[in-house]
Design a protein. Structure first.
Length: 203
């Protein structure tokens, strides 16, 4: 069984998506281009509500390793989601006024680019999840951990938070099986369209 899993991981790695050097280049360019937005967002967050500008949360990455994910804070201090898969709804009272706009434009995820430079995230891949959720995975669902998590992915461009949790995981497993440079480019194009519309951001 383990040898079959090793062969499967090897085949996935051989197919590959965006090269790591491209991830680093895109992340660097994104941080430079987004730095004015980050400055404005930081000021708006501090003026709008009490708490830090950057929100940090432990997430699970490739092969089950954990790391600290960076995002702009969009919720009120102490309003972290409780439980597994707690959705953020359109009028969720935990989200601040500025946070609602940041989420609508996905600007809260700009600091994810730092995680890309640290080698913890890719530009494209399954979104990193919580350890509590991973503990509930079936053997098949754990396959989404065979690749590095990403800022955007196949599940994000096929419904994002608007589809059930189990379906999102299944889309991620499909991505692992079909990962390629062409698919990653397709995901990036569809992500750009979603950023303009905000479609599927909320459940």
């Amino acid at each position: 069984m383990s040898s079959m899993s090793d062969k499967r991981r090897g085949a996935t790695a051989a197919r590959g998506g965006l090269p790591g050097a491209v991830d680093v280049a895109l992340a660097s360019a994104g941080l430079v281009a987004g730095s004015p937005l980050l400055l404005v967002a930081a000021i708006a967050i501090k003026l709008d509500s009490r708490g830090p500008v950057i929100y940090r949360q432990r997430r699970v990455g490739k092969d089950g390793g954990q790391f600290e994910l960076y995002k702009l804070r969009t919720m009120r201090l102490g309003a972290d989601p409780v439980g597994v898969g707690t959705p953020v709804l359109e009028d969720d009272p935990r989200v601040t006024r500025v946070g609602r706009l940041l989420r609508r434009l996905s600007l809260d995820e700009i600091p994810n680019l730092v995680n890309v430079l640290r080698g913890e995230l890719a530009i494209v891949g399954p979104r990193p999840t919580l350890a509590a959720q991973v503990e509930l995975y079936t053997e098949r669902q754990r396959r989404r951990l065979e690749v590095k998590p990403g800022i955007t992915g196949w599940a994000q461009v096929n419904g994002r938070a608007g589809i059930p949790w189990e379906e999102r995981i299944e889309l991620d497993v499909w991505y692992v099986d079909h990962r390629s440079l062409a698919l990653d480019l397709r995901i990036l194009v569809r992500t750009a369209r979603l950023l303009l519309t905000g479609h599927g951001l909320y459940g």
